[in-house]
Ligand binder design. Structure first.
Ligand SMILES: [Zn+2]
Length: 261
């Protein structure tokens, strides 16, 4: 954890400090070493939130874009289950920054737990992920120009997309294109259209952060993303899409689908 409570105040870990976990109220110890970034840890190996992931610089850099009061916020469901959201905005959007692999069961549980959730997924954990994603984009078909929506016909060939394609919450892939937020693009996997194709849009990292901070994200989500998602869902209902492995397509079919022969 980045923050523990000291005298009721959210505080970062400093050498020798002792704080209290904002979720379970137990004593936590400041870990300030060379290998890992400074953090707070529960005693022993226990942690009160099984969904918690050890943080990297990437997590911290993302969280640092948001106000302290939005970082590491406890979300409590109606049945009393509670978890710490990496970021929770003033309008209730939980933003989860995911670096490591997440098993499908936990992913579904988190999708169900947070009423409004956006995943930001670290696309640089494996080098081949970026290459596969770039290839998928190159071979994708432009479905809509404004805003630009791309259709990926073979999501199975990109590990990241196939891992997240069934997510009912929005997923953004971050390939760390630049340290400068305004030069960096995030790739949006449109949620809830689980068929054999994936639908991808993009947003600049800077705009994503600004929309969240200015509380405009809700409006953008409802007025720009949901209508496109709903249109695609309507098309999906009308047409059944079957996934044909690439090797079974004829050259003519490949040309039609904009796939390099
Ligand atoms: Zn705890």
């Amino acid at each position: 954890m980045k923050y523990a409570l000291i005298c009721g105040k959210k505080s970062e870990a400093t050498k020798g400090a002792i704080g209290y976990c904002p979720s379970c109220d137990s004593e936590v110890i400041a870990k300030c070493g060379e290998k890992k970034i400074n953090h707070w840890a529960h005693k022993g190996k226990r942690t009160c939130d099984l969904w918690w992931e050890n943080e990297t610089e990437w997590h911290r850099s993302w969280k640092g874009h948001f106000p302290v009061e939005w970082q590491e916020v406890i979300h409590i469901a109606d049945d009393g289950e509670k978890h710490i959201a990496d970021v929770k905005t003033g309008t209730g959007w939980a933003i989860e920054f995911q670096h490591s692999y997440l098993n499908p069961e936990e992913r579904r549980a988190r999708n169900a737990f947070y009423p409004k959730l956006v995943w930001v997924v670290d696309g640089m954990r494996w080098q081949r992920d970026k290459q596969q994603f770039q290839k998928a984009m190159k071979e994708s078909r432009v479905l809509n120009q404004k805003p630009l929506v791309r259709q990926v016909s073979f999501p199975d060939e990109c590990r990241l997309i196939s891992e997240w394609i069934e997510s009912t919450a929005m997923v953004l892939f971050d390939f760390h294109e630049s340290e400068q937020a305004d030069d960096s693009t995030l790739w949006i996997l449109l949620p809830g259209i689980s068929d054999s194709r994936a639908y991808i849009m993009s947003i600049s990292r800077l705009n994503f952060i600004i929309y969240l901070k200015d509380e405009k994200f809700e409006k953008i989500f409802r007025e720009q993303l949901l209508p496109i998602r709903d249109q695609l869902l309507a098309i999906k209902k009308r047409t059944r899409v079957y996934s044909i492995p690439r090797y079974r397509l004829s050259n003519a079919q490949r040309r039609r689908r904009n796939i390099r022969l």
